[in-house]
Design a binder for this molecule. Structure first.
Ligand SMILES: *Cc1c(COP(=O)(O)O)cnc(C)c1O
Length: 439
């Protein structure tokens, strides 16, 4: 497994590695292919009963050493194994385990770190399904949770409990692009963990879906574990669901075993798409989308009908210093990302102009599509309050944490000028109905 020191020594920049990865996985004997062959075999022929028995005994523990015995797709599979090598490399982690979706990866990570009687402390705004997992499902298995505002670390500290095993957040936060200081939280937890017995330590888990490893590597900033939805910018084309957990090698057996028994396995076909199309094109897509996002952020900020825009690349971004410290691409350049969040001047009840604006885009825009998900070649717009984050806003305790006026924009590969053209049309329709350009 490559590590950050070896990265630094490398004669190559990072980008060729995302294209070539390692893809060597000697035990699969695919060394002669330029593109790894897509494999599709649920079960594997065994030479002897003894070999089969050894495969089951060693499952999850034999990585990188000795002869590999393949048994069944739900346990291990060549396309996934190659993708996992490359994802661990991209995130600067020791091991990566893929899952059927981002949510399957998050479930596996939380259930490996915490058990009945333990507590998970999270940031107060999370992707809606992660919130629902913590609030609706894990308590049934005895895992408690509570939330705090991790943008103000001093105010979050008192929420840590003796039975807290996980501190969990996204940065940037979905949907409003608030940032959380990974290094700051990591530093505090290192102090805490020094005073705790190893089995009582707190694990810092960061959801890196928005930035992707191209734009930020939380493990190099003190996070213990990273989760990501491969469905989003790593997949990039909006064709496949997937998720990944990355972290120290000691987690690999537990994650593999959880995946085997709960069954949230990434399909080999999806793994092949991420391996062959998604990861190798991540850098070039991300950079292009980010350039457009910067232009759109400046356009929106200057627009008289826009109340506020949040984009880490704007000089007005309230956490600009933190953004520049932790959001960096592989070459060390500032990587403010491909996502925008903005609010319009209100014309009626809270959120009314946002919904009108989104409906105008859905009806008239060619380049901007009303849809959830993000990180695709197509620009997508959505209303987090009523859609992706409705599990939070449906909860009386969470209703004020997501802005009803907020609009989330995931910038794709269209030309920025074309996107601005379609946004301008929607502004006119909402704020100057009947103007000649709309008739
Ligand atoms: C979409 C998303 C997830 C869940 O990923 P799926 O692949 O849809 O299961 C988790 N976290 C964040 C921040 C997301 O945007």
């Amino acid at each position: 497994m490559l590590n950050p020191e070896r990265h630094a020594e490398s004669n190559y920049s990072e980008k060729p590695h995302l294209i070539h990865g390692r893809c060597q996985a000697a035990h699969w004997d695919f060394g002669h292919h330029v593109v790894p062959p897509a494999s599709a075999s649920v079960a594997y022929r065994l030479d002897s009963a003894k070999r089969g028995a050894r495969g089951f005994q060693e499952f999850g523990h034999d990585h990188g050493e000795g002869e590999h015995v393949d048994l069944y797709d739900r346990l291990d599979e060549p396309n996934r194994a190659m993708l996992e090598e490359n994802l661990a490399y991209a995130e600067c982690g020791e091991c990566a385990v893929t899952f059927a979706s981002g949510m399957a990866a998050i479930s596996a990570v939380l259930c490996n770190c915490a058990r009945a009687g333990d507590h998970v402390l999270s940031h107060q705004v999370l992707y809606g399904c992660t919130h629902s997992l913590l609030h609706n499902w894990l308590p049934r298995f005895g895992i408690e949770n509570s939330s705090a505002d991790f943008t103000r670390l001093e105010s979050a500290k008192p929420h840590l409990r003796p039975n807290t095993r996980v501190v969990y957040f996204e940065t940037p936060v979905n949907p409003d692009l608030t940032l959380i200081d990974i290094g700051g939280v990591a530093h505090w937890l290192q102090e805490i963990n020094r005073q705790r017995r190893p089995e009582q330590r707190v694990w810092l888990v960061v959801d890196n879906t928005f930035s992707t490893p191209y734009g930020q590597r939380p493990l190099t900033q003190g996070a213990d574990l990273v989760v990501s939805s491969l469905t989003k910018n790593i997949g990039g084309f909006g064709t496949d669901l997937g998720g990944v957990a990355v972290g120290p090698a000691c987690f690999e057996p537990g994650w593999l075993s959880f995946r085997k028994d709960f069954g949230g396995v990434l399909s080999p076909r999806n793994a092949w798409n991420f391996l062959v199309y998604g990861l190798p094109t991540l850098s070039v897509r991300f950079r292009q989308q980010q350039e457009s996002a910067k232009k759109l952020a400046r356009f929106l900020e200057r627009h008289p009908c826009v109340e506020k825009v949040r984009y880490p690349g704007l000089p007005s971004f309230p956490q600009k210093e933190l953004a520049e410290k932790q959001m960096k691409d592989y070459d060390g350049r500032f990587a403010p990302g491909t996502m925008l969040h903005f609010c319009l001047r209100e014309v009626g009840a809270p959120g009314e102009s946002a919904l009108k604006f989104i409906d105008c885009l859905a009806k008239n825009s060619y380049t901007i599509t009303l849809a959830v998900s993000l990180g695709q070649v197509r620009t997508l717009v959505e209303h987090p309050y009523s859609m992706t984050h409705s599990p939070i806003t449906a909860d009386p305790a969470g209703v004020t944490r997501v802005d009803p006026a907020g609009i989330r924009l995931s910038v794709g590969l269209e030309k920025a000028d074309d996107l601005i053209h379609d946004l301008s049309g929607a502004f006119e329709e909402v704020f100057q109905p009947g103007s000649p350009t709309n008739s």
